[in-house]
Design a protein around this ligand. Sequence first.
Ligand code: CA
Ligand code: CA
Length: 102
Amino acid sequence: MKASVVCMLFASLLLIVLVRDNEGHRLNKNQDVEAIQRKYFNKYDENKDGYVSLHEFRITGSIDGFGEHIDFLFGVLDKDGDNKLNFEEFKEFAPTTEKEAK
Ligand SMILES: [Ca+2]
Ligand SMILES: [Ca+2]
């Protein structure tokens, strides 16, 4: 085998390993983010019915300092207009780091 071919094989192998490693890392990170957002969602979902109602959103949202923008924010987030936020809708709003989620 020519040295250049060996070199190329080695390079592509290295690339595969690197890409794989990256994928795994990204996946882990996504799971972390989701866990943080889930925690934040649970904080808002006081009666734990799996939805954040406007009432719940107002209570916890005002503690978190969203004040007068709460109703507007809720309207924007509630994409299907059923007057409650499921986790998918809430994710748009939920922080993605522990620091923000405090
Ligand atoms: Ca609820
Ligand atoms: Ca909704």
